[in-house]
Design a protein around this ligand. Sequence first.
Ligand SMILES: *[C@@H]1O[C@H](CO)[C@@H](O)[C@H](O)[C@H]1NC(C)=O
Ligand SMILES: *[C@@H]1O[C@H](CO)[C@@H](O)[C@H](O)[C@H]1NC(C)=O
Ligand SMILES: *[C@@H]1O[C@H](CO)[C@@H](O)[C@H](O)[C@H]1NC(C)=O
Ligand SMILES: *[C@@H]1O[C@H](CO)[C@@H](O)[C@H](O)[C@H]1NC(C)=O
Ligand SMILES: *[C@@H]1O[C@H](CO)[C@@H](O)[C@H](O)[C@H]1NC(C)=O
Ligand SMILES: *[C@@H]1O[C@H](CO)[C@@H](O)[C@H](O)[C@H]1NC(C)=O
Length: 461
Amino acid sequence: MKPPLPPSSTSLALRKARLSPYFYTLLTFIVFVFMLYCEDLLSIFGRNELVLSKPVSKTGKKKETKNFVDDIVGRNNYESINKSVIVEGTFVPPKIETETRPKPPFAIGETAEGCDIFSGRWVRDELNRPHYEESECPYIQPQLTCQEHGRPDREYQKWRWQPHGCDIPRFNATLMLESLRGKRMMFVGDSLNRGQFVSMVCLLHRVLPPHAKSMESNMDQSLTVFRAKDYNATIEFNWAPFLLESNSDNAIVHRVAERMVKKGSINKHGKDWKGVDVLVFNTYLWWMTGQKMKFLKGSFNDERKEIEEFTTEEAYRVAMKSMLKWVKKNMDRNKTRVFFTSMSPLHIKSQEWGGQAGGNCYNETSLIEDPNYWGSENKEIMRVIGEEFRKSKYPITFLNITQLSSYRKDAHTSIYKKQWSPLTPEQLANPVSYADCVHWCLPGLQDTWNELLFTKLLFPN
Ligand SMILES: *[C@@H]1O[C@H](CO)[C@@H](O)[C@H](O)[C@H]1NC(C)=O
Ligand SMILES: *[C@@H]1O[C@H](CO)[C@@H](O)[C@H](O)[C@H]1NC(C)=O
Ligand SMILES: *[C@@H]1O[C@H](CO)[C@@H](O)[C@H](O)[C@H]1NC(C)=O
Ligand SMILES: *[C@@H]1O[C@H](CO)[C@@H](O)[C@H](O)[C@H]1NC(C)=O
Ligand SMILES: *[C@@H]1O[C@H](CO)[C@@H](O)[C@H](O)[C@H]1NC(C)=O
Ligand SMILES: *[C@@H]1O[C@H](CO)[C@@H](O)[C@H](O)[C@H]1NC(C)=O
């Protein structure tokens, strides 16, 4: 595997040889900040869009006669032609276990033993993808509606994830809703988790008649709730980019000069997670400041602030420990399930996949075919997650979507999204300069994350 350039382990010699990894980290940071703030402003101007449930008008799309093409990315081309495609529709849940190992809540079957559903390849599937049309789901934020904003191709919608060792069941919205009857599912984290939340809502809402569903946000947008009335079920999103209390907690205006997190403050957001039956956490991007992370010891209102600094990895470990401790104390493992989604990868530097210097995800329509491709995601963070989760007494289901998503340089919103201010002639002349290579188009990649979530929830192994 390609080393991901962890700043801590880069030797001095290396540092000299490359043009400073710090420069790159800084650049990455600037792009993050830009993207994240972009989103804030958008949520100010576009805040009603998520709340209103008026369906977007259909743009006269004709269903083309779909040609079945099964083109495979990666290795083992031929053997999967048979297997993968046919199996999807006819997935038979393996026999339900009756003895010994207590089944986790929500489980109704199992995935083949020992199968890592996150290790696999992307398979072209014109027949069964996408799960829904962009114009059929009124809940997608204008930052993620790529077709509406002029994306010329749709190829990014037509890929299905095929694990190497087994098959995953086709997402079944009715079954998912049945499982959530009388229950609450909540996504907690940043804008990427909001994307996964919206994807889940889009996957489910189609089987509900118009009067049987609603989408609402509270005043400060910290909580958004989709309700499936006949099922008495909710799918919710809670804005908590660090999970801990921070000075970026305002869901609309979280633009701050210097990010700061408060120590031992998990209960600030945690009080909103109590009583939830399925929790799906994420947190990553906001920790990647390229600088030491500042931890506040007192209160944000204190005149004189007592601050402690941590490296990114140390800081992230503190957050993981707090989250796991909170879960152990507040959740009942016989009733609730807790998921954690790994880092969502970026594609802001074409050279990482052998592209031309100066490029990014803009104009990318193909997938990365190197099965070992990793990109620049922080492997130290992955290590910290692994170490802390292994120690956890409460079983956390890890959605390890980093690598499978890293192949998808084609799936970002790029320039096809609502812009928060008019673009300058300079920007227009150079689309790479304003392409969003952080967030993902919907329908698209994040639907796969939810298929994997569906699999782990109902058919864990
Ligand atoms: C497809 O499946 C059939 C029967 O299941 C098998 O005989 C055949 O070898 C398979 N073909 C490929 C290309 O795997
Ligand atoms: C989806 O799940 C429902 C409820 O369990 C079931 O009745 C239905 O047959 C399933 N649909 C498919 C396509 O498997
Ligand atoms: C609806 O679901 C909530 C949990 O989300 C539960 O407390 C309540 O009792 C349920 N109501 C009915 C009528 O089933
Ligand atoms: C959870 O269930 C197991 C048996 O399935 C039982 O031994 C244990 O006491 C239960 N724990 C709680 C907190 O209810
Ligand atoms: C986009 O990529 C194609 C090749 O895939 C290339 O021919 C075209 O010039 C590129 N367009 C821009 C604007 O970079
Ligand atoms: C997640 O998957 C990657 C490979 O895709 C692997 O290197 C990493 O160890 C996994 N992380 C955990 C915590 O299991």
